[in-house]
Design a protein around this ligand. Sequence first.
Ligand code: NAD
Length: 545
Amino acid sequence: MTDLTADAPVAEQNGSGAGNPAAPGGGRTVASAVPSSLVARLAGGITAAGEPALVETVAPLTGERLASLPQSTPADVEVAYELARRAQRSWAAQPVRRRAAVLLRFHDLLLRRQDEVLDLIQAETGKARLHAFEEVLAVALAARHYGRAAHSYLRDRRRGGALPVLTHVVEARRPKGVVGHISPWNYPLELSIGDALPAFVAGNAVVNKPDTQTALTALWARELLVEAGLPADLWQIVVGDGPVIGPAVVEHADYVSFTGSTRTGRDVAQRAAARLVGASLELGGKNAMLVLADADLDRAAEGAVRACFSSAGQLCISIERLLVHRSVADEFVARFAERTRALRLGGGLAYGADMGSLVSVRQLDATTRHVEEAVKAGATVVAGGRPRPDLGPFFHEPTILDGVTPEMAVCAEETFGPVVAVYRFDTEDEAVAAANATSYGLNSSVWTKDLRRGRAVAARLRTGTVNVNEAFAAAYGSVGAPMGGMGESGLGRRHGAEGILRFTEAQTIATQRLLPLAPSLGLDDRQFAAVFTGGLRVLKALRFK
Ligand code: NAD
């Protein structure tokens, strides 16, 4: 396999005299980091019977063959549900604290063994190691949070009864059963296991369909969770084409958790609705960052780099629209562009690159189409703008566009690549209206030195998360608070109470004592109605809730 470790600046390599520099590589190849013996071991974790058809994946960094994986059929999905359902019964009977202990052990194992999975994430997605590490960070935060807090989220709660003292009421949380969990390729560790952890600790089993391109990362996470104490059958992984086995995953689920595009999410939601099972949908975005006139421009420019180019922009909460106050726009754009041009692109399996590759030719085509169409229609390229085949087949430069107008696709459609457009505004109202002028509503970011003003602007934005003076990590990393989308960005939330309670059914157990809620003690119907009418007035006067 090719060693993508060229140390020389790109300008020297391709003779173009321009473009982002290449990061030093570190000398390790994908083939040595992900040997066929590891692939074979991990592939053994896929639920697929008989002699399954094989599907090949490609390492985005080099375009060479990465793995050959067995594909599950809809019948295999059914088997996966049977195995998961059987395992779930005894798992649900265990005390929450024992289930939570598995998450806490997993937390420690993950931190200790992170290099193994960083290699896998980089091999499967082509992202920079720093961005792969963000996944380790996110999963560790979720494992600790739900490991420590599940007990309090799930415990029985006393509620006020129909009749004070006489009606004793407990609200309990029961697991849904088996969760169908469909995840995409862009954050393969976080989006396969991160969302599964609260499902497990709430007493569920999970049948997970990761994207085929990133199945090895999910399979590795499953192995590690089993090592931490999860019963092996509780997490089934099926691999195959979304339109072929995805519907089967929804067909047998007691609840569906889906992360992916808005288009597929709609289909999944309709199938779940037809079966009357619940679904949470984490979908796309066209996220805006607002730079107010009083923002610290250096911090904002640094933040914009993280906001727009983490994982080469293949991040649902990535910023693709930069709204800047006209009075500081030229200065801000100059500082942002300078930092963007200096980003080191690289495909080495080591820290050092600021941005990696896109995952596939599909993502590269979508990115180049948006840039080329916009430029043809009159937009200007402030930084980047070109694919970089000299670095690897799917590399594209981090790109800033100016002069983007509404008829250009890049203006409203999610690119899901390293491309951002700059727009100028004069008033705060104008900025808020522009930020909200999208059918999506996932994430946004506001930059100002006046924190109170930042939070006031945030409250006017129609997105599930808003970050003040940060790109996305402040809200996403705060796993005790909900994260998800408004509008076409989704339904439901991960993280916090909502992120775990979605995997449960509420059950109310009401015990009536001494007197029934009906005429008794010799009262006829009319007297019963009179006594209760008086009683209701007293309860309100005594401020009962
Ligand atoms: P996608 O919708 O094409 O695929 C997502 C998953 O769904 C994959 O596992 C795929 O195989 C499966 N799938 C495809 N067709 C299916 C069907 N008919 N039934 C059931 N499953 C099916 O999305 P993608 O292109 O892989 O991922 C990128 C998208 O995901 C972007 O739009 C991005 O914004 C979004 N995303 C959202 C979040 C979030 O938290 N809101 C996080 C990451 C990615």
